[in-house]
Design a protein around this ligand. Sequence first.
Ligand code: ATP
Ligand code: MG
Length: 354
Amino acid sequence: MTLAWKPDAIEGRAVRELLIGESAPIRVVRRLVCQVASTAASVLITGPSGSGKEMVARAIHAESNRASGPFVAVNCGAIPRDLLESELFGHEKGAFTGAVSQMRGRFEDANGGTLFLDEIGDMPADMQVKLLRVLEDRSVTRVGGRAPIRIDTRIISATHRDIGTAIEDQKFREDLYYRLAVFPVHLPALAERRDDVPLLIDHFLRLFAEPGREITLSPAALDELCAYRWPGNVRELRNIIERAVILFPGGVIGPDEMALLLRRAPAEKRDEREALWASASPPPPPARPETPKEKPMGGPIDLKWMVAEFEHRHIVDALRRCNGVVADAARHLSLQRTTLIEKMKKYGIVPNPV
Ligand SMILES: Nc1ncnc2c1ncn2[C@@H]1O[C@H](COP(=O)(O)OP(=O)(O)OP(=O)(O)O)[C@@H](O)[C@H]1O
Ligand SMILES: [Mg+2]
């Protein structure tokens, strides 16, 4: 099938501001965003971690006629499976133990706007069936509720997984895939669009540098960044520039600074990790590995254990996603950096940069 460019798909301001880059692949993505924005089509965004999938979803919303409506993001991989159904579809009072009041689900929250289902590839099989039904009926039924509620919600989903393989392995329903991927958009890894690196560096320098304390990159540093393999994609680049601005305000980034920023040698990794610990107060006690390992068997529900296990899992996951950058993981978890560091100490978690 050949895609006919819609003549009126002129790049809007929002998409240009949100999706920086002039490489051929990012221009195609911007074009697709503008073409699909004004339609009701479900969009599935694929691409490696940190490549900008959520940015694309936000750009589609911002360019659509739903822009003044809500944009609601749900990370399907981060919500415990027992809670996912009521999180998405809501529940009635008394629907299950703990349902002390009626609650609207995220589908309803996003009514008139866009629901962004992130990490859709992690959705449990039983929820896939329920989601398919919602997409077919365009209505949701709250857990414990009877009457379906009509919803006018645009669905955008994203995954960093190879969904084709997940379908082959029967981990993801093919019928759901076709519902979600009416309009697929793929974001290539940053290493496949290196032309964007200087523009993104400029963008993040402007975003992070304080007036009067701007930093300058030496030509050698710029060359090194352009040639770097970017395993963490745009998120990693953003982190590096944010770190550079914090560590060397008003300075020039040369080869030595680059070595620290790119955490090349293990010793340097250790230095920076220690610097991170040192910047948090009070100083860390020796690691106390309190990782909750095994669920206590039988007996009453151990809420403390469940909370600790939940917290531990999400902290480890956030650090992994953010390449071990504590500040970024804290933002991802909506925590103060110092709070996250305290929790990491409590569970004996050490950031493990790539
Ligand atoms: N083209 C771009 N222009 C400007 N900023 C970008 C661009 N792409 C990504 N970013 C920034 O990079 C970071 C990572 O992007 P985003 O969260 O959209 O990635 P993702 O693909 O959803 O990652 P993950 O799979 O880990 O959820 C964000 O801070 C975002 O603002
Ligand atoms: Mg994302």
